[in-house]
Design a protein around this ligand. Sequence first.
Ligand SMILES: [Zn+2]
Length: 341
Amino acid sequence: MQAMVVNRWGEKSVLATRPDPQPGPGEAVMKVRAAGVGLTLLNMRTGSFGGVTPRIMGHELGGDIVATGSGVTHIAVGDRCAVYFYLTCGHCRWCRGGRETLCERFGGYVGVHRDGGFADYVCLPAANFLPIPAGLDYEAAAIAADAVNTNWHCMRERARLNPHDTVLLIGAGGGVGIHGVQVARLFGARVIAADVSEEKLALARQWGAADTINVRAVADVAAEARRLTDGRGVDAAVDYVGHGHTFQAAIDSLAVGGRAVIVGVGTGPASVDPRSLIQTERVITGSRHSTRTELIETMEIMARGLVRPVVGMRAHFTEVESVFDAIRAETLLGRGALEYA
Ligand SMILES: [Zn+2]
């Protein structure tokens, strides 16, 4: 098969020929039909998520099962499937308690700790393949499996949005953020979108943001969020960028009782006055991806058309580096998508 291989972390992926994968016991092989591309992949390619090289990346995937190993009963050849991103044990207290992304025996990430789907075929534990519902295409199912389900978990379980809430989304025009705008609207919340360009903010407005903040045009994002909420602050703030200064803006934007949630993986510290947390019962927390059940729910929501995939660029999977270039240049609006025809 053809595959895009990262020979060493920090280097670009290159086209190579690899043997077609064969499924071992409990595994299955999928012919990849579509993939999503986002900033997480660029962070992973630096080596900061661990894993060994050479490696085939790619975890937002949709396709058809073409082979199953012994003992696999819940999926069969011909099934249309999406891929679950995390390699979990399935047996620990967190896996059994409905919070599997906190797995005690976490095996790592598809596309980092085992080969992913920027290739004709991908071989994974069968438990990582989930059927795509009727009415959802491969590309939408691929994007469901990180760019959307991350928001489903975040908004419902961590930001705990209600229809009377105002939520600030920092990085709202990015691949995950633009779907966050839609999911936050599903919970009825008013959305304030913050991002670095007018193009990204226009996209956020198009998908339901009521107000926008251009972070390169205002001196103080938190002050602007307060101005847009009559001085009260926001009930929730979600940071898709994840640098210390962006998460600080999220914390400083909160109303009494507000929730600041970090989703993006950046660098640098943020600070908080512990005493203020007593006086305000503000919550400062993180949101870690999504469970399998939440991915199934996300695909059902998308099959009903309640959240739509926002794709700003398409390329053949052998041209994935051109999508990375657009992400690095901050010109990609929404998600990148790869084709396999
Ligand atoms: Zn576990």
